[in-house]
Design a protein around this ligand. Structure first.
Ligand code: 6LW
Length: 540
């Protein structure tokens, strides 16, 4: 199916900027603010950093970065900016995404999504392969092309389609030279990936470390360049500059940074705000999507998430974000829509698992079987474990809420010593908790394992009959509690530990916690064959 916007919307889209295309006319509708919050951030919860957005008619599409996880570059759809549904993943074939052996937080860095003249473009970096890749589609609900490799090595590539037909490739400093930090740009041939001009420095930013995440827009007669600086941690901020020429020289916004939470007291849980993109809605109002974290005592474990803020333009033509340049959970801008809270997902595996299910690196498909008649998800373990920088048998969803309970019901099928299957709260190969079943010396146990840096610790080991079992992980902002049950009614606690021990501040990297089903033989031989009947995720 080709994605087609209604004709009235297409005409409106030509008049008003959509997806970064050039526009004529500077009209923007100011936001109205209510006395009560109108929606809450993050609008896309769980590990979803570096958001990039475009609009076609009444439809918004948004992508985020995905690092060592497969499929890559989750793709979300919305018609109101506040409620989002994942409709797929842009990179869902091995021919598009090679993650073999990549380190945690290697692989796919920040993507950019743009729409131009009937085609959607997604450009990103596979940092572990030193490659920037471009894929296209005319139907975002369908498949994307195989990649074209861009002939330049850098991170955070972006595209801008000017109204004279030229296409600009904007990114960070190139790798091959000992180049000055800053934002660089060239014209690009999108069919071949060749740069048509020198890739040259266009703006150094305002002096913050790591000038990155650039996006160029034409708004009215001016070219606006928005970037991030300060690094993706607590010093993060967004700056803006403009010029009457896409090459600059760029004049800095007098009230830079236009967005930062670096000076916010910690009673504002939103920290690390940065890496942003802009979009204009069909009513003429502007919005920003950006990444930020929900901070718990100076740690965060859900990853960098996607936030939405209103953007107004002052009389001098500079953007004012959320009235005072600070991001919050509660936003007061009127949206004309109602935010629907997502509270529960229960997967009984009657249906094929949806696009939210994610593997570690390129999965070996033979180890995953969805049985429609029995309504089970069958996972076969291999010698690989969660400790390996490889593709152990694992499928998980992002932890979206600070308070939640995740429970699996399954038959682990333990048939040899060492075999193990269960449920993990996984940050990376050195930082995870796992509540599982395992066979040891011919006996079956429920066990609680904690992997914290180089220490792998078995906290609890309880004998059980080896049959169907329920395992659960309950999260609150500061800790996880792990339990098991033989009947799905009476749960026995196995232990608990802090969320901060698997947080980004402790574990490092750019990702967030996944809750996943897994199976491993622990290095002996193939197996077990674990049959998962139910996986439920309930937020409090
Ligand atoms: C991304 C860079 C950043 O490429 O972190 O916060 C890097 N911003 O722009 C990885 O997400």
């Amino acid at each position: 199916m080709k994605f087609t916007a209604p004709i009235s919307i297409i005409i409106l889209g030509i008049l008003i900027n959509s997806c970064g295309d050039a526009v004529n006319g500077t009209e923007s509708t100011p936001h109205e603010f209510a006395g009560e919050p109108t929606y809450q951030n993050p609008v896309i919860k769980g590990f979803n950093p570096d958001p990039s957005i475009c609009r076609v008619g009444d439809d918004y599409f948004l992508v985020t970065s995905s690092f060592e996880y497969f499929p890559g570059v989750p793709l979300y759809h919305s018609t109101d900016l506040v409620n989002w549904t994942q409709i797929g993943n842009v990179l869902d074939r091995d021919s598009q995404l090679d993650l073999e052996g990549v380190a945690p937080s290697g692989g796919i860095f920040a993507p950019t999504l743009r729409y131009h003249d009937g085609t959607f473009y997604m450009i990103t970096t596979n940092v572990s392969r030193g490659q920037n890749i471009l894929v296209i589609t005319d139907d975002p609900f369908g498949k994307w092309s195989d990649p074209v490799v861009i002939q330049k090595q850098n991170i955070d590539p972006s595209l801008f389609f000017d109204d004279d037909g030229k296409v600009y490739y904007t990114g960070t400093s190139p790798w091959e030279e000992n180049s000055a930090p800053g934002i660089y740009q060239a014209e690009v041939d999108l069919k071949t990936g060749e740069l048509l001009t020198e890739y040259k420095l266009i703006w150094e930013g305002t002096g913050g470390r790591y000038p990155e995440g650039p996006h160029l827009y034409k708004i009215g007669d001016m070219y606006y360049l928005m970037i991030s600086e300060g690094g993706t941690e607590m010093g993060h901020f967004v700056t803006m500059a403009r010029s009457d020429n896409p090459w600059g020289p760029f004049e800095e916004c007098p009230h830079n940074p236009i967005l930062t939470n670096r000076n916010e007291p910690f009673n504002n849980p939103v920290q690390n705000s940065g890496h942003a993109d802009l979009v204009q809605d069909p009513d003429g109002k502007w919005w920003m999507v950006h990444l930020a974290v929900r901070n718990v005592n100076k740690h965060h474990h859900l990853g960098r998430e996607t936030f939405l803020l209103p953007v107004d333009w002052n009389e001098e033509g500079w953007p004012v974000i959320n009235r005072d340049g600070v991001s919050h959970i509660d936003v007061f801008a009127k949206t004309g829509t109602t935010q629907v809270p997502s509270r529960m997902n229960s997967y009984d595996f009657a249906e094929k698992p949806g696009p939210e299910w994610t593997h570690l690196r390129n999965p070996d498909r033979d180890n995953y079987r969805h049985d429609t008649s029995e309504q089970v998800m069958i996972l076969t373990g291999t010698v690989l474990t969660l400790d390996d920088l490889a593709n152990p048998t694992f499928m998980g969803i992002r932890q979206e809420d600070l308070e939640m309970t995740c429970t699996v019901k399954f038959n682990p099928g333990l048939a040899a010593d060492g075999q193990e299957a269960g449920l993990t709260a996984y940050m990376n190969n050195e930082h995870y908790y796992a509540v599982s079943t395992r066979q040891v010396s011919g006996k079956k146990y429920v066990i609680l394992t904690m992997k914290l840096g180089t220490m792998k610790h078995v906290e609890e080991m309880v004998p059980y009959n080896g049959g169907i079992v329920w395992l659960s992980i309950k999260g609150d902002p500061e800790s996880y509690t792990f339990s098991w049950s033989a009947d799905g009614k009476e749960f026995t606690e196995l232990g608990s530990n802090y969320t901060r021990l698997i947080s980004t501040e402790t574990a490092g990297g750019f990702t967030g916690v996944f809750l996943g089903m897994y199976a491993t033989s622990n290095g002996t031989k193939q197996g077990p064959t674990a049959r998962f009947q139910n996986f439920s995720y309930i937020s409090e």
